[in-house]
Design a protein around this ligand. Structure first.
Ligand code: HMG
Length: 439
């Protein structure tokens, strides 16, 4: 049944749907119906979405939820989260509520440096290349002036260009390692445009450089591209309170709770199998806000995990301590985010999410996102070291199970009530539904 096709990109959306339904699904008419069901009736809005990507067939919905009561640096935030996983928004909300009465979250921007590199091959010595680089460095910057002038007016631009010798890794391999300040933009387009201009200037200047041999004049640029690893575009989020104030509705004492939280973090610092899941929990919060605000979660994910492994082994992004009776829990992570450019002016829900967040600068968004990650980790660890994760997670997942089982609205109401005092599982829900229907 499957097939290949030429010129698919040139087909209309309807033709693309017909083709995929015909060749790749068992019930073409049902496929067409589903795909069209998810179109927006506002044709202008639909066209906007169609043009975000290529070969668009329909829209793929994710729920957009809200986690209220985040007290961050003494201001309240309600944080929009786009995510498909149940219990994440509830967990963030619960952590926000917990810390609201204990001083709230405190944040700090440690740096905002973005990175890009021109990777090239030069068949000569580092000394000779260094002398050349020193001569032409100013020209690299001035030739990129048309690209950088607007960013400079906003206080950003190129902050450094460094020549790096990488010949110990690959023969004749060198880099221009460049850093940028991109203010409220994530900066990918700006950085890539600058880098491609640097590459052009580098090649042209090499041709003119009289101290290079004919072979050396032919600098071979392999690629020019930003790096999503931004260890100096860093934000810290923190919560702290006297141990006694950790007391809540859990069965364990605040001292035992603090100790178990610290042990949980320590385990994630030394044991990569645990660290990955620990950080996944953090990314539940981070990705959901990144998606809601139209940022690039793939870039953030790649950069964050590289940062978690920066010392040679993969470890927890959060830390915890108890000193002088004060429990402290914090997170430090790299986030290259934008609140202008990209989808921020195009996607109506992204615009709304940013409005709900009070139109944050990129730095403020870094702080909010880091807080969402810290809150998420606190909630997950709190469950893990007290009740276990399943109790709360399954409580939130109950509606998904009931929907899967085809429960009616009235049945759901009865069963939600029933499971307030009973443990949720797929089987328990199935049995309770059978019992309800037979009674
Ligand atoms: P609970 O104590 O049963 O909730 O917690 P509650 O009914 O007593 O309500 C307390 C507050 O929780 C509410 O306050 C809300 O803030 C929030 P209120 O609004 O009533 O003033 N809350 C909700 N918010 C929105 N909708 C809801 C809702 N229910 C409670 N329906 C809860 C239940 C799930 C919050 C708790 O058990 C929890 O935080 N669990 C952790 C869940 C979690 O981490 N989920 C992530 C998915 S699991 C995972 O992927 C990561 C993991 O593997 C990471 C790791 O291993 O580190 C765990």
């Amino acid at each position: 049944m499957t097939a290949s096709v030429k010129g698919f990109s040139k087909l209309s959306k309807t033709q693309k749907i017909d083709w995929i339904a015909q060749h790749y699904t068992h019930d073409p008419e049902a496929t067409k119906t589903i795909l069209r069901q998810y179109w927006n009736s506002d044709l202008e809005l639909q066209r906007l979405h169609d043009e975000f990507i290529e070969n668009t067939l329909t829209n793929y919905y994710l729920p957009l939820g809200i986690a209220p009561n985040f007290l961050i640096n003494n201001s309240y935030y309600a944080i929009p989260m786009a995510i498909e996983e149940s219990s994440v928004v509830a967990a963030a909300s619960k952590a926000a509520k917990f810390w609201e009465t204990r001083g709230g979250f405190k944040t700090k921007i440690i740096g905002t440096e973005k990175v890009g590199q021109v990777h090239f091959i030069f068949p000569g010595s580092y000394q000779k290349l260094t002398a050349f680089f020193t001569t032409i460095k100013g020209n690299l910057v001035s030739a990129a002036k048309t690209i950088t002038q607007n960013m400079e007016k906003r206080g950003g631009g190129i902050t450094a260009i460094e020549l790096r010798d990488k010949t110990h890794l690959i023969a004749n391999y060198y880099q221009l390692h460049c850093t940028f300040e991109t203010q409220d933009a994530m900066g990918a387009n700006f950085i890539n445009s600058c880098l491609e201009q640097f590459a052009e200037t580098l090649k042209a200047e090499a041709q003119q450089y009289s101290l290079f041999s004919a072979e050396e004049k032919e600098i071979d640029v392999v690629m020019s591209i930003l790096s999503n690893y931004v260890p100096r575009c860093l934000v810290r989020a923190e919560v702290s309170c006297p141990i006694a104030n950790l007391q809540e509705d859990t069965a364990i004492s605040p001292e035992e709770f603090a100790q178990k939280m610290i042990q949980a973090v320590q385990i994630a610092q030394v044991e990569p199998f645990r660290a990955v899941t620990h950080n996944k929990g953090i990314m539940n919060g981070i990705d959901a806000v990144i998606l809601a605000t139209g940022n690039d979660f793939r870039a953030v994910e790649a950069g964050v995990h590289a940062y978690a492994a920066r010392n040679g082994s993969y470890r927890s992004l959060t830390d915890a301590s108890v000193e002088n009776g004060i429990f402290k829990f914090w997170l430090e992570l790299p986030l290259a985010l934008g609140t202008v450019g990209g989808l921020t002016r195009l996607h109506p829900l992204v615009k709304l999410a940013l409005e709900i967040l009070q139109k944050p600068s990129a730095k403020e968004l870094m702080e909010i996102v880091a807080v969402a990650g810290l809150a998420q980790n606190f909630a997950a660890l709190r469950s893990l070291v007290t009740t276990g994760i399943q109790q709360g997670h399954m409580k939130m997942h109950l509606l998904n199970i009931l929907n899967q089982l085809g429960a009616s609205t009235a049945e759901k109401e009865v069963l939600i009530n029933h499971f307030k005092t009973n443990t949720v599982s797929h089987n328990a829900a199935l049995e309770a539904l059978h019992q309800l229907r037979s009674s």
